[in-house]
Design a protein around this ligand. Structure first.
Ligand code: DQA
Length: 145
């Protein structure tokens, strides 16, 4: 049976394409969703791709993933650097988590160097732009075999 992967995106990622394209690239979130759907299909994964600007909504989706998904790919965006709630929800979900960032957060402002999500992810991918999502799905497909 196809493994189910929840791909979550945090605040402001709905603005991709027009938002600081020199940092985040020219691709829209719709382009990245399409990339994940086709990449997931070829890896035998069913991808549920979502975005929210609200921390609580992301927490609820993570809670629902327990029992409803086999793994999570998450770009928590700015919540990476602030959200104990997302850290706790991911830990409680008990599912394998891959954290993705389009940009190389370690090359940027110091406040982006720490992520509360990294401690509950088994892997972190950053700096490869949209390709990072494909890499995350590949890693998760391998892990879920
Ligand atoms: C980001 C990096 C975060 O620091 C930032 O707040 C984002 C996007 C990335 O994908 O590079 O919104 O997660």
């Amino acid at each position: 049976m196809a493994k189910r992967v929840l791909v979550l995106n945090g605040p402001n990622l709905n603005m991709l394409g027009t938002r600081e394209p020199d940092i985040y690239g020219a691709q829209t979130l719709g382009d990245i969703a399409a990339l994940c759907q086709s990449g997931g299909e070829s890896l035998g994964l069913t991808v549920d791709f979502r975005q929210s600007n609200h921390e609580g909504e992301l927490v609820t989706w993570i809670q629902e993933a327990r029992g409803g998904a086999d793994g999570i790919v998450i770009n928590p965006a700015a919540y990476s650097h602030t959200s104990v709630a997302i850290h706790d929800a991911l830990k409680a979900a008990g599912l394998p988590v891959v954290e993705v960032h389009l940009s190389n957060i370690h090359q940027r402002e110091p406040f982006r160097h720490h992520s509360y999500v990294s401690a509950v992810a088994y892997g972190v991918i950053c700096g490869f732009g949209a390709v990072g999502y494909s890499l995350a799905l590949q890693a998760l497909a391998e892990k879920l075999q």
